[in-house]
Design a binder for this molecule. Sequence first.
Ligand SMILES: NC(=O)C1=CN([C@@H]2O[C@H](COP(=O)(O)OP(=O)(O)OC[C@H]3O[C@@H](n4cnc5c(N)ncnc54)[C@H](OP(=O)(O)O)[C@@H]3O)[C@@H](O)[C@H]2O)C=CC1
Ligand SMILES: O=C(O)C(=O)Cc1ccc(O)cc1
Length: 429
Amino acid sequence: MENKSVGIIGMGDMGRMYARRISDAGWKVNACDVPAKYQQLVVDFADCENVTVYPNGHLVSRCSDYIIYSVEAEKMDHVVAQYGPSTKQGAVVGGQTSCKTPEIAAFESHLPHDVEIVSCHSLHGPGVDPKGQPLVLMKHRASDESFQLVERILSCLGSKHVYLTVQEHDRITADTQAVTHAAFLSMGAAWAANKQFPWEVARYVGGIENVKINIALRIYSAKWHVYAGLAILNPSARRQIRQYAQSVTELFKLMLGGHREEFTQRVKSAAASVFGNNSQRNLLLEDELLDQFSIGDMPPQQVRNNHLSLLAMVDCWSKLGIVPYDHMICSTPVFRMWLGIAEHLFRNEKLLDEAIDTAIEDNTFRSDDLEFTFAARDWSDRVDFLSMDAYREKFEQVQHYFEPRFEEAKKVGNQMLKTILERSSATTS
Ligand SMILES: NC(=O)C1=CN([C@@H]2O[C@H](COP(=O)(O)OP(=O)(O)OC[C@H]3O[C@@H](n4cnc5c(N)ncnc54)[C@H](OP(=O)(O)O)[C@@H]3O)[C@@H](O)[C@H]2O)C=CC1
Ligand SMILES: O=C(O)C(=O)Cc1ccc(O)cc1
């Protein structure tokens, strides 16, 4: 192993996963979290001889050759201002935050000029095996030699390297991550507003519904700041999330008014623009596979659903000129699941026609759809206000509602993601 060391500032879920894998590959890792967590971190990494835990980021920065900041996106400026000036001369610095514009601004403001910048972003959560998943690498201010050092270090993750500029990264992740999360967050908020546990309602069991529930619960069982950061701090994300809320609202109004022709025309033209040129692709998800991952018992016959959340997603992609397949190279497991169920609905004419019929004719679930529409707009407003506090308040309120069921949901959700990702071989190209 080369005589180079890796610094990790922020030993939360992602930092710990990186520290374990990089040190297992033989690199020396210097790590820290906030001083209050120092003692615990020493205990937790006592079994890792290649990891040295330090009380703060000054001590990590001064002795490491590649330093990764893995802290909350909203704290980056403050943390880099604190430790950046202590960076070892000639070192390379990067970050793991999900949105790169503010991260790079923090580096440019606070790092000494002799320090190079290569950032990264693993496009998956800490519980997913990084092997084969996309890892975005951004050579912002660095020599080829330094970039290659970063690639050699991170190659132990076994991820698929994707080379983008900071601007490309933020634009694509706004299209893939931010708007996808907005849809799942809205589902959870609507279920909570209606005091439902969706797996206890026949409409939400089986096939596509299992994915909706499992992913929504997975997101709500995670940390609010991850989702807030990538929605609020990404300058491209607001527009996407706003368009999603608008698509939901407009489709819901057409449903309420019983405007069958206009509704059908709008859904079908969105389908043509998003899926028209991709109708020969293999489906990302198979029906029988989806049915296996129910939290509740399967009803004898699937209850019809208008799938407003999915119709609005495809409408939104179409309005923004987004072809989601163009972003597969830079997709997260959650995005692939979301696209998988959208495709499932839109490439099955019978299912799509049934959703349209249900939307126009069936009043049974109007209260669910009303709450979903409110929720989509509320999330969009909170993001537009650029308010981390407002985002956190809503996230934690819904999180609290679902909390008693997280353990069960996580088990089923993890198994679902694992099986489906293996079967679809993490199709990232
Ligand atoms: N979780 C995910 O799925 C993914 C997350 N990311 C991004 O990676 C980054 C880390 O996420 P994640 O690990 O999940 O978040 P965590 O909250 O688990 O970890 C962040 C850690 O950084 C610590 N920290 C804050 N300030 C400092 C400081 N001054 N010095 C040292 N440590 C500090 C935090 O402490 P404290 O809690 O006290 O603030 C916390 O322990 C985020 O920017 C996130 O957006 C990227 C890909 C996937
Ligand atoms: O797959 C998703 O979208 C997730 O929810 C996990 C996640 C969260 C933040 C990231 O920056 C990358 C992945």
